[in-house]
Design a protein around this ligand. Sequence first.
Ligand SMILES: [Zn+2]
Length: 70
Amino acid sequence: MTALHLADGTDFDLVCDGCGLVVEHLGANLHSWDLAWSLFRRHGWIGDRSAGGPHGCPRCTAQAAATGNH
Ligand SMILES: [Zn+2]
């Protein structure tokens, strides 16, 4: 999911719904959710394309894959 800092959505965090990992202040650097999410998907995050989530960080994704193999 995302957590908005400002009502107009110009700054926001990406929060892992699995472990609570927070990547802060994405809006300040990446300016839009669509741009931020396309970047994070390339870095191993999975989840819904919408800002509402759920979203999973690479660590949670790896754990899910590992437990799925047993
Ligand atoms: Zn996580």
